[in-house]
Unconditional design. Structure first.
Length: 158
């Protein structure tokens, strides 16, 4: 159903007004659904939490110059954003692989790790990442494809 904006202007001649009304209708339906359906609210909250976790990790990675782009040209800014996305994706892959290895190790050790709990893990954890200091990009010779997991009681000096 299309509603005209003004009585003397036919709807077919006001394409902007149709879009505006359609947007308002969609927004109203979304708000009503949020108010009425707890499952829909949970789904929206999960998506928002995932995005907030990703943004928090990106802010931690992009800490230099207060997280602002300082390139003069759009190409330079796009390069900075592209590099940030590459590092962010590499860190998420690293976290995912090691969380999977940790879950497998817990299961092998006889711990009851439920699939519902594993589904709630986020690869956007960042507290173990040191963003300051020197970086070495030389790959060491490792016997397997992952480093061995640390013991839970081990200190950082070991």
């Amino acid at each position: 159903m299309l509603l005209p904006l003004e009585p003397h202007v036919p709807v077919s001649r006001c394409p902007r007004s149709r879009g505006r009304f359609n947007g308002r209708i969609s927004k109203t339906l979304h708000i009503l659904r949020l108010a009425d359906e707890p499952a829909y609210r949970r789904k929206i909250k999960v998506q928002a939490n995932l995005q907030e976790g990703r943004h928090a990790l990106a802010r931690k990675i992009f800490h230099g110059k207060a997280g602002q782009l300082y390139q003069r040209y759009q190409d330079g800014m796009e390069d900075q954003i592209g590099a940030l996305g590459l590092v962010l994706n590499a860190l998420v892959l690293f976290n995912t692989r090691y969380m999977d290895a940790a879950v497998q190790q817990l299961r092998e050790d006889g711990f009851d790790v439920r699939d519902e709990d594993v589904a709630r893990l986020s690869p956007f954890v960042r507290h173990h990442i040191n963003m300051l200091g020197r970086y070495s990009f030389q790959l060491p010779d490792l016997p397997g494809d992952l480093r061995p997991l640390r013991e839970p009681d081990a200190t950082d000096e070991e």
